[in-house]
Design a protein around this ligand. Structure first.
Ligand code: PEP
Ligand code: MN
Length: 272
C-alpha cells in the first residue's frame, strides 16, 4: 500500500493536496440555483469538506439536458465562496472559459471527455492555477499520466490526477472504479492522485464504500457529488449524496484515515 505523500504538492484554497493530509472536495454536479448551491456549500463545509465543487458549463451526453448556468452563476459563486470561505474547483471545456472564470475559482477541472484535448491542456499549462485532470473513461493509465505532462511541461506543476472510473463490460454500475490506477499513478507520477467515487459508480448508496476504499488504497483525496435534494438534481442526481449521507460518510472516513495514518486536514470538523 502506498500512502506516502506525492512529490508535487498542490495547494487549493489553503489546503495542500498530496501532502500528509487527506483532502475532501464536495459539492453539486452542477450549480443550479442560489438555494441549492449555498445550502450544499454550507452543509459540506459543516461536515468537514475542504474545497467546493460545482459545474458552471456542463458537458452533457444529450444537448436536451441541462447545460449549466454558465455566466449567470458568476455572482452566486462569488457570494457562496465568500460566505463559506471555500474555494471552488470547476470544469473548463474550452480555452476561452479559463479567463472568464480565472478569478472565481481556486482550480480548474478538466473532465474525462477532455483528457485528450491537448490544446486545452497546453493552455492550462500556461496558467498558475491548479488543474484537476480527470482520467478519460477509456484512457490507459499511462495516457492519463502523459496527458498531465502537457500541463506540467508547459510550466504549471500544479496538477492533480483524478481517477473517476473507466468504461468496462459491466453495466450494473455507471463505470468501474480502477483502484489499480490510483496505486499505479501514485508510484509512477509525482502528482497527487484523488478519486471521484460518484462518477465511478453512479449510485449514491455505493459512493461511501468506494470513498473508504480510495482512502485505504492511498489516494490523496476524494471529490464527491452532494445535493440537498438529489431527486430534484438537474444532473447526476442518482449519484449525489444527501447532506446527511455526506456527514455520515465523513465520520467513517475520518476513522479509516486515522487507521492508515493519513488524517483529514486540520481545521475541519472531524479532523484528528
Ligand atoms: C463532473 O465532475 O461533473 C463530470 C462531468 O465528470 P467527468 O468528466 O468525470 O464525467
Ligand atoms: Mn457529475
Amino acid at each position: 500500500m502506498q500512502t506516502s505523500p506525492s512529490t508535487q504538492i498542490v495547494n487549493v484554497g489553503g489546503f495542500d493536496i498530496g501532502g500528509p493530509h487527506f483532502t475532501v472536495i464536495a459539492g453539486p454536479c452542477s450549480i443550479e440555483s442560489r438555494d441549492q448551491f449555498l445550502q450544499t456549500a454550507l452543509g459540506v463545509k459543516a461536515s468537514g469538506a475542504h474545497i467546493l465543487r460545482g459545474g458552471i458549463w456542463k458537458m452533457r451526453t444529450s444537448t436536451r439536458d441541462f447545460q449549466g448556468l454558465g455566466t449567470d452563476s458568476f455572482n452566486l459563486i462569488k457570494e457562496v465562496c465568500q460566505q463559506t470561505g471555500l474555494s471552488l474547483i470547476s470544469e473548463v471545456t474550452d480555452i476561452r472559459q479559463i479567463e472568464e472564470i480565472y478569478d472565481l475559482v481556486g482550480g480548474f477541472q478538466v473532465g474525462a471527455r477532455n483528457m485528450h484535448n491537448y490544446s486545452l491542456l497546453k493552455e492550462l499549462g500556461m496558467q498558475k492555477k491548479p488543474v484537476l485532470l480527470k482520467r478519460g473513461f477509456a484512457a490507459l493509465i499511462n495516457e492519463w499520466i502523459k496527458a498531465s505532462e502537457y500541463i506540467t511541461k508547459g510550466g504549471n506543476p500544479n496538477v492533480i490526477l483524478c481517477e473517476r472510473g473507466i468504461r468496462t463490460f459491466e453495466t450494473a454500475t455507471r463505470n468501474t472504479l480502477d483502484l489499480n490506477a490510483v496505486v499505479y499513478a501514485k508510484q509512477n507520477s509525482p502528482l497527487p492522485v484523488i478519486v471521484d467515487p460518484s462518477h465511478a459508480v453512479g449510485i449514491s448508496s455505493l459512493v461511501p464504500q468506494l470513498a473508504y476504499a480510495a482512502a485505504a488504497a492511498g489516494a490523496d483525496g476524494i471529490i464527491v457529488e452532494v445535493h440537498p435534494r438529489p431527486s430534484e438534481a438537474l444532473s447526476d442526481g442518482m449519484q449525489a449524496l444527501t447532506l446527511a449521507d455526506f456527514d455520515t460518510m465523513m465520520k467513517k472516513l475520518s476513522r479509516i484515515l486515522t487507521a492508515v495514518d493519513r488524517p483529514l486536514h486540520k481545521g475541519t470538523l472531524y479532523a484528528n
